[in-house]
Structures are given as structure tokens and as C-alpha cells.
Design a protein. Structure first.
Length: 348
């Protein structure tokens, strides 16, 4: 079957790239002819570059240029269509099926997204349209969607989402409860790609920034244990080392080899769980919906905190995963794979 993946694939975000890469690889392994649809709404594309390039700090600009170059090279690992800037030209009978997702492709509340109606199935024709692990991001579960978006979603033969908030939005607006599946990064084995290790004995910091009390407690724990602090992708000057120009696979290796991960990001949490790392995720409003769902799904609520207080790190660093965790993870991976395979096999 000829399958097109329609998702955010060309941004400069570790999780964004890896969710697309994972879904592409998994579908390819299932025996389908698959391509990522190289669609980008112009204003969205422009804003992503502006965020990285408009800075007065020369060192940060150089780091961001290196990051852009690495992402462009990685895009060559994915089979894509030609660049499409007009959503009316997304298909033209090229694909038997278009799969939308994963990522926050339905977060129409996001000001970064000027026009994402294509991800709701609007503006082009296709033989069959489904979603895998789509998310409404921070859009509230009680939101009543505009009718034109509801009409677009009604075109989907199958809808699956990756968090309970998105599940509730579909239920409230389309009157049915979609299946909830894992983010596609859980389904792919990254072993050949994540061999990078930046150091030994370190705490990985993956965050735009933390409050002063949290920083103080991390530094104190670092001093007590001798674990260095390494900040990846975002600059945190209080850390021992900065790793700002890593590509997504190097970033992945950093998580896999860390002694402890401290983050407030969704995919930082995803890969900590995937690799069974000791981690702490600090609550942050923009990602709260999807992280709370993920944390609850795996029964790891104690690792999701408002802030790091005295003793928080010591306690969670000494805590092990629940005894049933491995079985639960494997069960959820198998279930999500079965849903995807069944959907792609036309057994709807």
C-alpha cells in the first residue's frame, strides 16, 4: 500500500523529528511503500527559522546554525515527497492512505501554527485518511471545536490519539471515544542510532529553565554525588557542560546513558521511560496535558513534580520502577503496534 505520513517533520526539535522518523521506519518495516509528505505551511516554516536565527548572541547563532545543518542532513534518512507549500496539492491520487500524526498536529490553539487545517483533513482529497497518536497539546479537554474542524475530523476512517486530553476532546466533539496509543518513538528500536555517549556519571538537564530553588537543589545533589550536570539542546549556564548542537540521535544517546534525567519536556519524559532511566519531570503548563497522561499511564506519578524541594532528588533517585513496569511497557507497545498494523491492513 502507498502510504503518506502527514506530520510536523522538518522543525528543529528532537522529539518532533524522532516521532516522524519512528513512524516512518515502523510502517516501512511492516512492508508498505511509505513517504513523509513534505508539506509545510509557509508562515509556520518561517517562524521556526526566526526562533533560531534572530539572536544577538553570536555564540548561540553559531550553535543554532550547526543545529540546522545537522537536521538538514538527517532529513535525508527519510523518504519524502517534493516540497509542498499548498495543501490542495498534498495528495493528487499519489497515496492509497494518508496517516496524520503523531505530535501536536491538532493543537490549533498554538500561535506557532498559523494554519494547520490540513492536519484535520481539510483542503485536499485522499482515498483514506487516518490518524496515529495525534495530540491536541494544551487545548483544553472541554473545548468546543469550530465546525469546520469537526467536519474535517469526520473524514477520518480511524482516529487514534496519544493522550487522554485528546481522547476527551474527540469524545466531546465527535461523540465517540478513540483508541489511545503510545507515541511512535516507543515502537521503534533506536539501538543502531543512539551509540553516542557524552561522558560518564552525569545528570542530564533537558529544559529551557528551572526556578532558582530547583537549580540550587540540583547543584547540591550534583556536588554530593559527583555527578556532572550536562545541559542539552537548551543553554543552562549553571550546568557543568553545555551540549547545544547535538542532533536528535546524539540527544537520544545522552538520555540513554544518563544516571538521572531532569526535564520538563514531553519527549524527555518519553525516552526516560523507554530506557527505564531514573528521572524527574517538572510540571510546565504547555506540556501538562500530554505528560500527565503519559505519567499516569505508566503509574509513575511520583516522578512528576511541581518543583524540586529539599530531598526530592535523593528520594526519587533511590526509588526503583514498579515491579510490573517492564511487562506493562511491552504490553502497551504490542497493543499500539497491533492497532497500527490492523489499521494499515484495511481491517477497519
Amino acid at each position: 500500500m502507498k502510504i503518506g505520513i502527514l506530520t510536523y517533520h522538518s522543525g528543529f526539535n528532537n522529539g518532533g523529528f524522532l516521532q516522524c522518523y519512528s513512524l516512518f521506519k515502523v510502517i516501512l518495516k511492516l512492508g508498505h511503500d511509505v513517504k513523509v509528505i513534505n508539506y509545510s505551511e509557509f508562515n509556520h516554516w518561517k517562524k521556526e527559522y526566526i526562533i533560531l536565527l534572530f539572536t544577538r548572541k553570536i555564540s548561540l547563532l553559531i550553535a543554532n546554525l550547526k543545529k540546522i545543518n545537522k537536521y538538514h542532513n538527517l532529513q535525508k534518512r527519510i523518504s519524502k515527497t517534493r516540497l509542498i507549500l499548498n495543501k490542495t496539492k498534498i495528495n493528487k491520487s499519489r497515496f492509497d492512505l494518508i496517516i496524520v500524526g503523531s505530535d501536536e498536529i491538532w493543537n490549533y490553539s498554538n500561535p506557532m501554527v498559523t494554519d494547520n487545517s490540513a492536519y484535520f483533513g481539510i483542503g485536499y482529497e485522499v482515498n483514506k485518511l487516518i490518524s496515529y497518536g495525534a495530540s491536541f497539546g494544551w487545548t483544553d479537554k472541554n473545548t468546543i471545536l469550530p465546525q469546520y474542524l469537526v467536519n474535517g475530523l469526520k473524514k477520518f476512517s480511524k482516529i487514534t490519539v496519544r493522550d487522554t486530553n485528546s481522547k476527551n476532546i474527540i469524545l466531546n466533539n465527535l461523540n465517540f471515544s478513540p483508541e489511545q496509543v503510545l507515541d511512535p518513538t516507543f515502537l521503534y528500536d533506536f539501538s543502531p542510532e543512539n551509540t553516542y555517549c557524552p561522558s560518564n556519571n552525569y545528570i542530564l538537564i533537558y529544559s529551557v529553565g528551572f526556578d532558582p530553588a530547583t537549580i540550587s537543589n540540583i547543584k547540591l545533589f550534583s556536588k554530593k554525588t559527583g555527578l556532572k550536570t550536562i545541559s542539552v539542546s537548551y543553554k543552562n549556564e549553571w550546568c557543568d557542560l553545555q551540549a547545544l548542537t547535538l542532533d536528535p540521535f546524539q540527544w537520544l544517546g545522552c538520555i540513554k546513558n544518563a544516571d538521572l534525567v531532569i526535564t520538563n519536556k514531553f519527549h524527555g519524559t518519553v525516552f526516560s521511560i523507554k530506557y527505564k532511566k531514573k528521572f524527574i519531570t517538572i510540571k510546565e503548563p504547555a506540556s501538562a496535558n500530554k505528560i500527565q497522561s503519559l505519567i499516569t499511564e505508566f503509574g509513575l506519578n511520583s516522578r512528576y513534580v511541581d518543583l524540586i524541594e529539599d530531598g526530592t532528588i535523593e528520594k526519587l533517585y533511590s526509588d526503583d520502577y514498579p515491579n510490573h513496569f517492564e511487562e506493562l511497557l511491552n504490553q502497551k507497545i504490542a497493543s499500539s503496534m497491533a492497532v497500527l498494523n490492523k489499521t494499515l491492513s484495511n481491517e477497519l
